[in-house]
Structure formats: C-alpha cells, structure tokens
Write a protein that binds this ligand. Structure first.
Ligand SMILES: *Cc1c(COP(=O)(O)O)cnc(C)c1O
Length: 415
C-alpha cells in the first residue's frame, strides 16, 4: 500500500508500464496490476486489451443519464474481468463518486491499489473481519442485527471512534439479501440499541430492471419508499438512497440519490430494451498459430464434431475454454480474421480453437484473431460484441466478461 502511495502523482500510466522500455517510475506501478499473468511475462499472443478511454466515455454517458445522482461504479469480480485496480484508478481520475464491490476482499484490493474514494461492500459477509472494514475506511452494507453488534463492538472496545457509517439493505423483491419489510420493526429496534452505528444510506436491488417497461422498478421503489418512511418514523434518516443498476439507470428509472452501474461502465447495454452510446472497453485478441487445408470428409477436433464438406482451410487459434472462451461455442459463433468473420468449427478445446478461414484469402501464421471487439483488415471490418457471444453461448454478457480467465493478461490502452 505504501509503495503505491509513494508514487509520484503524475506516474499515472498503468499502461506504459507494459513496455519493456518504460521509465523506472512507470515500472514501479506494476505492483498495482491485477495479480494474473503479467503482461511483461506474456509470451503467448492471447490477451485482453482494456481501452481506458472507453471507460471514461461510458462514465460520461452514465453521468448524464444519472441526472445529478451520485455515480458509484460497480467493480465486483475484478472489475467485471477488466482488472479492478486499473479500472478504479481510471474512474477515480474521471471523478466517479465512489465504488461498489461484492466482497470485502475486493474492497481491500482497491485500497491496496491506492484508491481513496468511498467503497461500498455490498455482499454483507464480513466473517469476523469487522475491524478490517473500519481500518480500511470501507462502507459496509448491513441487513442482519448481528452485523450491527459486530461493528458496535469495535466502537465500544475503543478500537475505533464511532459512529460507524453504514448502508442498510432492504429486500423489496429479490429475495436475495436485505431486511424484509416485515422484519423492519425488529431491525429498527436493533438500530435503536446500537447508537455506535449511523445509517448513512439505504439501498435495495431491482430484480427486473432489464424488462421493457419500468413497472417492476416502480413497484419495488414504492416498497422501498414505504420502508424508508417507516425507518424515518423510527428516527432513522439516511441521507443517501440507491437502487439503480445499469438497466434502471439507462431507463432513468429509480435514480434516487445514487446509481450503481456495472456493465454499462464497461460498455455493454444490459437489455435490448435500452439504448445508449456505449463503447465496449474490452477487446480480446489472439493469433493464428497453425493453418492447414483439409479434404472433404475430414474431421476437426475432439470427437470429430465438425466434418469438412469441401476442401477447407482450417486456422488454429491460441484461445480455449481455459481462457474463458465458452465450450458452448463449439461449432457456433465466429472470430474475426483480417476483418472478416471466420466460423468456429469443431469442439473448443482447453487451449485452442479451430476456425474455418476458407472464405478469407491469405490467412497465415501470426495473423491477428479477434475474439471480442472490433477488427479492420484486408478482408473487411467487423465487430463481435459481448451480447453476440453471450447469445451464441447461451449466456449473458456479464458471464462473457467475467469468465475471461486469469491466464489471459490484461493490457491497458489509451485510445
Ligand atoms: C452487480 C450489481 C449491480 C450492478 O449491476 P449491472 O447490471 O452490472 O449494472 C448493482 N447493484 C448490485 C447490488 C449488484 O449486485
């Protein structure tokens, strides 16, 4: 943590440190990188490129839709697979108001990377690490009276000055986390017994924000309003209320005092019913590592799942299911080679996948292959989005982004 803080304030390029000839101060930033395969060690050509300019663009779109509500970017699951520390540093400089993560471990990773903005820990599981939450100046989300007791004990023991600022989660229709409306009286009693805790925020989570209309959001917000009014009557007045994920935000529904966009920050529209000018921040690329022409009837890959029906040019690429390419894409979907779609043929294997490049002239060893994102080449220009890959693999875009595995190094790029 100290090593991070001591960096010169202008040593901001997490990206340039990828270069072998980066300056000494830039190289020092490598300590703040995701723990996975480090770019400097990458021999294999497979990598995920994260466009930091796209993140800034998306935050500007989000901020405009938020209509003055605070923007807390959700960076759980390693920043949706983009590398949470690097993303957080970029967004902190772009003046987002705070961050949300699922796990205490994720919050600690951000603090260790030097992130000073408010961090909300949404998952509500603290084990016995209450002191860690307070020492790191994190904002816990509570819904269980035992949490109140855990944090209050830290204050009573004199280890931390009170009161502890917390957000309380209300279950208005997810049946996942939160105080259920019928349990609010007991929770309010518990709050009254713990003056060491100050409720700064109230939150809820929407179950159906990606639907065509905002009707379900409205119904949940109405229950949230009731809970808020009840707590106010019991003397609990939160200054921040929040509910909106990306889908609600893009519909400008349930904006309240703060919004919690995740997937939109990374440039993906969460629903076919929402529209926004977002830019996908992640581009996953690899290269052709072998090419051959096979005869009609020849099988391709494990189990011979594909059989050539004509003389077929097969290119093998260096990305498989262990890298996060869903095996469900066997014989489905495509990758871009020379700017044109090449269908995936045969079974996706652990480290490699085969493409039919018969229709693309001159494909050779070390040609770039784009798995996610855009490419322009001698045969055209095209784009494969996370939505498209999700459709082909019977997944959702959230899975597509978060499953890119730690074996794939992340490279950070300015546009
Ligand atoms: C993941 C999550 C979000 C962000 O959801 P997106 O659909 O990615 O915008 C917001 N709030 C909570 C509680 C979450 O778990």
């Amino acid at each position: 943590m100290m090593a991070v803080r001591e960096l010169p304030p202008d040593a901001t390029s997490d990206l340039d440190a990828n270069d072998a000839d980066a300056t000494e101060s830039q190289r020092a930033i490598r300590v703040m990188r995701p723990r996975r395969a480090a770019p400097a060690d990458a021999v294999r050509p497979t990598r995920a490129e994260v466009n930091l300019g796209a993140l800034r663009h998306n935050v500007a779109v989000v901020r405009e839709r938020a209509q003055g509500a605070k923007v807390w970017a959700v960076l759980k699951a390693d920043g949706y697979g983009h590398g949470a520390p690097a993303v957080a540093r970029t967004l902190e400089r772009a003046k987002v108001d705070g961050f949300c993560v699922a796990l205490l471990e994720e919050a600690i990773e951000l603090r260790d990377a030097g992130i000073a903005a408010p961090i909300l820990v949404m998952g509500g599981y603290y084990g016995r690490a209450y002191d860690e939450v307070l020492r790191r100046n994190l904002t816990p989300v509570l819904y269980d009276p035992s949490h109140l007791e855990g944090f209050a004990r830290m204050v009573r023991s004199g280890s931390f000055p009170g009161p502890v600022s917390v957000h309380v989660k209300i279950d208005t229709g997810m049946a996942r986390l939160g105080v259920r409306p019928k349990d609010l009286p007991a929770f309010a009693d518990a709050l009254a017994d713990t003056p060491e805790i100050r409720v700064e925020g109230l939150m809820t989570h929407l179950a159906n924000a990606d639907a065509e209309t905002a009707d379900d959001n409205d119904a949940q917000v109405a229950r949230f309003d009731e809970a808020t009014a009840y707590l106010a009557k019991r003397g609990v007045r939160a200054k921040l209320r929040h509910a909106a994920n990306s889908a609600a935000l893009l519909k400008q529904s349930a904006l309240l005092d703060a919004v919690r966009p995740g997937i939109a920050v990374f440039g993906i529209c969460p629903s076919i019913h929402d529209r926004a000018d977002l830019q996908m921040a992640m581009r996953v690329r690899t290269e052709v590592v072998d090419v051959r022409t096979i005869d009609p009837g020849d099988p391709v890959g494990y189990g011979g799942l594909y059989r050539a029906s004509r003389p077929t040019r097969i290119a093998t690429v260096s990305m498989g299911y262990a890298d996060g390419l869903p095996r469900a894409l066997s014989n489905r979907g495509a990758m871009l080679v020379r700017g044109k779609r090449a269908p995936i043929v045969g079974a996706v294997s652990m480290d490699m996948t085969m493409l039919d490049v018969t229709e693309i002239p001159d494909v050779g060893l070390r040609d770039e292959v784009v798995v996610l994102g855009g490419q322009e080449g001698t045969s055209g220009k095209d784009f494969i989005g996370a939505e498209e890959m999700a459709r082909n693999a019977d997944q959702i875009p959230w899975e597509v982004l978060t499953q890119i595995s730690r074996r794939v190094p992340r490279f950070y790029r300015e546009p």
